[in-house]
Write a protein that binds this ligand. Sequence first.
Ligand SMILES: C[S@@+](CC[C@H](N)C(=O)[O-])C[C@H]1O[C@@H](n2cnc3c(N)ncnc32)[C@H](O)[C@@H]1O
Length: 592
Amino acid sequence: MAHLSEYTNRLELIHTNNTLTQQFTENDVWFINLPYYEQKYNIPASILYMELNSFIEKANKNATIIILSSPIFAADFLSGLSPFANLKLWVSIKLKKTLKFESKLPQHHMALIVLTKYQKSLQHTKTRIGYTYCPSCERTTKDYGGKKHLYHEFGTLMSDVWRDITINTNEYPEVIINRIQDLFGIKPYKKLNIIDLRAAYKAINQNYRIKKVEQPTNKIDSSLLINGDCLTKLKRIPSNSIDFCFADPPYNIKKKYQNWNDDINIREYFDWCDKWLSELARIIKPGKIVAILNIPQWTIRHYKHLIKELDFYDWIVWEGLSLPVRMIMPAHYSIVCFSKGKPKNIPVFTREKHSIIEYQSLNTIKEFYCSRANCIKKRGKQKIKDQEYATNLWWDIHRLKHNSKRVDHPTQLPPKFMQRLISLFTYEGDIVLDPFNGSGTTTLVAEQLKRKYIGIELSEYYYEISQNRHMELKGGIDPFRKNDKVPKAKNSYVVRLKKQTYEVDKKTLQLEVKQIANKIGKIPNRSEIKELSKYPIKYFDNYFINWSEVTAAARTTGMQQVENKKQYEMMKQLKLFEERKVEYETKGKKNN
Ligand SMILES: C[S@@+](CC[C@H](N)C(=O)[O-])C[C@H]1O[C@@H](n2cnc3c(N)ncnc32)[C@H](O)[C@@H]1O
């Protein structure tokens, strides 16, 4: 699917001699194409990592270096990245055809890592991708509700999970290169240099050096919710006693937890993480899985520590789109999975029969079908095959945004997320442990799926929430039901206004601002709205969080169902708008 980059000066494509010995004379962008390494032991790591790091170190101070390979390459290379490079982005790119390996979910993504020599935030063009339309109801895949006037006519801002363009591991990644030419078409860049190293650094076949772990296992018979610090409590759990460990730790990104500071020094954070990771490595049974959820930048650091004690198993990508906070929206969460020694009888592949919840959680709605209830119903009646088996790229599980599904905890996971993980990695009767149990999603799902559980939570308040929800479950009440209580904990930092009645609805006001913008050829400021709008300025002051929300519709053209060729016209319109803005500003300066 097409993209639209605003004001790009498309980079000129240069094919190099495909080596890492290059002349760095300009502020250019480099694209390094590597083989898809299937596992750590396939990477000619000692030479390749040294040469790549030295290449990065020699590159110009403004250079952007982009590398395409497999997730295991990205995790392994980045965990020893030169201190002169800055990891800006890990884009997960969907594979056209999944790769099948024994006892693994179909492998469905490649890793595109974006490194810079500079430290400031990543410099690139504002790039949008076209909307997708449900093949059944022909409406947009995502439901934009009453806010269509705030969306861009062409499409949405890109995120760090690309599913609109796909590649095969053995093909020349033309679609990706094409996008990079526009994405980085800004000053000082002029050229995109391609270095294709697929032939030079082919995958090697070393013997599979999996760690040997033949230790006796211990049995835990009852389920337990524990209130306290996980480091202290984990020490009391016997070694080799847990069938599946899952951790969703605080990410150290300033979330407001009840009694945990989520903004500590990053070294301190990682030292702390290493300690509980080692405890999880100790208590997991041989052959079983430890899975850690975090943002990719931090997961790399967890990888670096855990690879010393366990064996890498899989890198699952969860596209859990959150707030549109940056020009490339952060949607990519990673679940890094390790096994203790050789993974043994992974339940999803060896189970004789799935329960209904297991079956449902392991299936996804096929890509691009929408999830509107009436469309799902219609598809059911028409017997349309709109489901498929999950891969290691998850796009179908949405974060809990609606208060009606949330309890009083800021970072609750959706139950389907835990249902899928527990169904993948455990059998009925197995024991699941979560050291950061929060509102109890893991342990509740474990109980629902007839697994035993241990959930540890520092906050007494969250611990009590989880206890009450377990009581509900035991009493036959669904703990994940909708309710009408408004939770006190926020799951975002978005400022909210007090409830009030609107004399004129916000959409009308935003469209009025858009009309004024079209008239004067620029985004109006407060005094211009005061002078030119037919509505009193107090509405604009009181109904919106900030001026950016007031002018939101003026900054887009509003979304419509458009044909592709129309989408390209957008570029022209945007340029025209910009010219008129410059004209207006020049006039303003002259008048002053
Ligand atoms: C990201 S949240 C987990 C949310 C959980 N997955 C859910 O769905 O509700 C992290 C949790 O770890 C808890 N926590 C922080 N430090 C802890 C510690 N040292 N020991 C145990 N829990 C801790 C926080 O109170 C918070 O509830």
